[in-house]
Ligand binder design. Sequence first.
Ligand SMILES: C[S@@+](CC[C@H](N)C(=O)[O-])C[C@H]1O[C@@H](n2cnc3c(N)ncnc32)[C@H](O)[C@@H]1O
Length: 247
Amino acid sequence: MILMSEIKPYRDSSAGKKEQIATMFDRIAPKYDFLNHTLSFGIDKLWRRKAIRLISSDSPETILDVATGTGDFAIAALKTGAKKITGIDISKEMIAFGVEKIKALGLEDKIELLAGDSEAIQFPDKSFDAATVAFGVRNFENLGRGLDELFRVLKQGGTLCVLEFSKPRNALVKFGYKFYSNSLVPWIGRLVSGDRSAYTYLPESVEGFPDGVKFITFMGQSGFVQIREYRLTFGIATIYIGKKGKG
Ligand SMILES: C[S@@+](CC[C@H](N)C(=O)[O-])C[C@H]1O[C@@H](n2cnc3c(N)ncnc32)[C@H](O)[C@@H]1O
């Protein structure tokens, strides 16, 4: 079995996964938003909106968006009516682009983006009503530790919402998706971002990610309850929602 921590962007580097991930996102940050929306044909925006709709009924006042990148999920989370959204990420360049975006939108009073590691979150226990992660958990070096940390910083009764790529089950969709993600995505990604490995790592990390029931098991092991799963667009992505029990 290949561990997630072994699926790294740069095969010829001896650096650990976390360091490699930070380097990779620092490199692709200038082109990240463009590539993200182009390669997904804009569907990623619909997925984010759906995830946010699903947690809006909880009316969270404070949200932590982990692996926030350039802040798209944090911005989408405003729709919940939250008073304050805090985003953290290990890539300083991704954060820098996100901060500029938030300034341009005049949202500095609502959204704050900071450097921070999902596996050692800098906030005290029980700080947030909800936590969100979009396309981030797949990149964690230690998934269990990241989920434990998300659990720790949530208030009792708080909600975790994870949006992540998953593996489609239908044979025909699987075939088309594999061709697209293993051939076209690395080629376009390399051409636009200039990083040879980043968009080869993308399909490899999706393949190696414990999606579906396996991810639900990880969430359960970290203490989450009432876990629900919503498969999106033939299972290309999945939303997982869980609660920190009232205790
Ligand atoms: C694919 S991007 C997703 C960004 C954003 N959430 C979105 O929806 O566009 C993944 C992000 O996860 C961040 N990341 C990976 N491991 C992390 C960790 N241990 N702690 C914090 N951020 C992490 C990366 O730096 C990167 O910005």
